[in-house]
Design a protein around this ligand. Structure first.
Ligand code: NAP
Length: 248
């Protein structure tokens, strides 16, 4: 195993956009560090898929982004193994949709806790190592609903708007240490998060998208890879939509 490969940490990468991001970095021979929370995750198959895609090495563990102690241990293991984390992708996220009048405090807190506080917890831990190296790129998953809002998603859109403010603030704080922070705001992307929507809702969604279709996780992964690499070295504090033209 060579230590010359760069290392990416993608949170919540057992499926969906996170997995596609991990595969994209794997193809570029990165050391790929990922976590997940579900007990029944097929870790062996996932690890093999990443190695087959070209990953230099893989570190894959069950660790919850809302648990600072677990994440601290997980990141420390990655640093001991690979020496640094060059790119952090804050991807782990959940939805618990409901109209405001029916939104329970529990569902509100849960979504803020995983999406927003989880992003803060992991970023703080990883940034400590990036500062020592005076180099790093952080890409966090926002959403178009964090910019434009969405009926039935007040908790989720608040968490994503929070990620946008968080990203702009840390971009300002960390620029002098040569660490960039950007957010990616996907529109509707085909993943587990969107597959259970009824056909009528999907048709309605297509009507709002100039490109007239949902996006793929691969299309989001391409942008995230670009923002993680030095080819985007003059871009920081930005929110970039990948949404088929939904928000202009
Ligand atoms: P997904 O298919 O539901 O996958 C979510 C991932 O997050 C899974 O790997 C899951 O792990 C992990 N996760 C959930 N809670 C976690 C926790 N507490 N700690 C660690 N990992 C956790 O979601 P997705 O559609 O790929 O979405 C990925 C990101 O993009 C999210 O931040 C989402 O808000 C954002 N996004 C998605 C869309 C879309 O249309 N799909 C649009 C805009 C933004 P397990 O498998 O173990 O549960």
């Amino acid at each position: 195993m060579s230590n010359e490969s760069k290392t990416v940490l993608v949170t919540g990468a057992s499926r969906g956009i996170g997995k596609e991001v991990a595969l994209k970095f794997a193809k570029k021979r990165y050391n790929v560090v990922i976590n997940y929370v579900m007990e029944n995750t097929d870790v062996k198959t996932l690890e093999q898929e990443l190695l087959n895609a070209g990953a230099n090495a893989v570190l894959l563990e069950k660790a919850d982004v809302t648990d600072a102690e677990q994440m601290e241990k997980f990141v420390k293991t990655a640093i001991e193994k690979f020496g640094a984390i060059d790119v952090l992708v804050n991807n782990a996220g959940i939805t618990r949709d409901n109209l405001l009048m029916r939104m329970s405090e529990e569902d509100f807190d849960k979504v803020i806790n995983v999406n927003l506080k989880g992003t803060y917890i992991v970023t703080k831990i990883v940034t400590k190592y990036m500062i020592k190296k005076r180099k790093g790129a952080i890409v966090s998953l926002a959403s178009v609903v964090g910019v434009a809002g969405n009926a039935g998603q007040c908790n989720y859109s608040a968490s994503k708007a929070g990620i946008i403010g968080f990203t702009k603030s840390i971009a300002k704080e960390l620029a002098s240490r040569n660490i960039r922070a950007n957010a990616v705001a996907p529109g509707f992307i085909e993943t587990n998060m969107t597959e259970n929507l009824p056909d009528s809702v999907k048709e309605n969604i297509h009507k709002q998208i100039p490109l007239n279709r949902m996006g793929t996780a691969k299309e989001v992964a391409e942008l995230i890879y670009f923002l993680g690499e030095d080819t985007s070295s003059y871009i920081t504090g930005q929110v970039i939509n990948v949404d088929g033209g939904m928000i202009m």
